[in-house]
Ligand binder design. Sequence first.
Ligand SMILES: [Zn+2]
Length: 268
Amino acid sequence: MAHTTKSALLLSICFSFAATLASANNDPQAHHNKENAKTTSHKTSAPHWAYSGMNGPERWGELDQGYAICASGTQQSPIDLKNARLAPLAPIEIDWTPFLPTVINNGHTIKVDTDKQGSMVLDGKTYTLLQFHFHHDSEHTINGRHYPLEAHFVHQAKDGSLGVLGVFFKEGNANPALQKIWNIAPLDPGEMKAEKRFKPGALLPRNRSYFRYEGSLTTPPCSEIVSWVVFDQPIEASKAQIDAFAGLYANNYRPVQATNRRFILHSQ
Ligand SMILES: [Zn+2]
């Protein structure tokens, strides 16, 4: 178990999510040394963002130059999934392997870092599973309706683009796989390494019909580099499990953004 120090904590709160997304290497220094527009725009002086108040979602675009696209972008996420076009989409090829998870409370969510061995293939492109994390309520909605919880499985391709799988949870039976994460999730910012291997596939719905659209990160810097796949069938979590997360993060979701001229596809 390795709790971050208080000063490291401030950094980790502002960095961990974007840094993980922006680079297959979690080392913030390596992240900053990269000559990559979408990563260098996230400076060390970038202000803290939040889900409410003065630094809430409506203000993200003004908090830092590197966050401007949060306000000016036209392919932002999440969105309301409605009026989707039925399309002959191939099943998502998911090849996830069990791994020893590191469960991190980063000040914005509970995030689970993988060993980067799992992958998925989308449109012939291979993406590596970096991490997954949770939002309450769900970020995406279906016909305007939120689910109480949504998991995002963040994958990155060699060219830096991201493929994120969204899985909704509805209230129902206790979810044993989710419980393994909850059992070691730090209540305060910090991290905990699991001693047993975790099978991420246990958090996938049996029926894998899905929505597909092109969008963005749902947190600053809101980069429009994400191919989204959102499964339409929820899995279950108990009220106690949902309440446990809500006790840590009462509303860590970005409101839905304008769809604009994008197509939302739905697998047949
Ligand atoms: Zn997310």
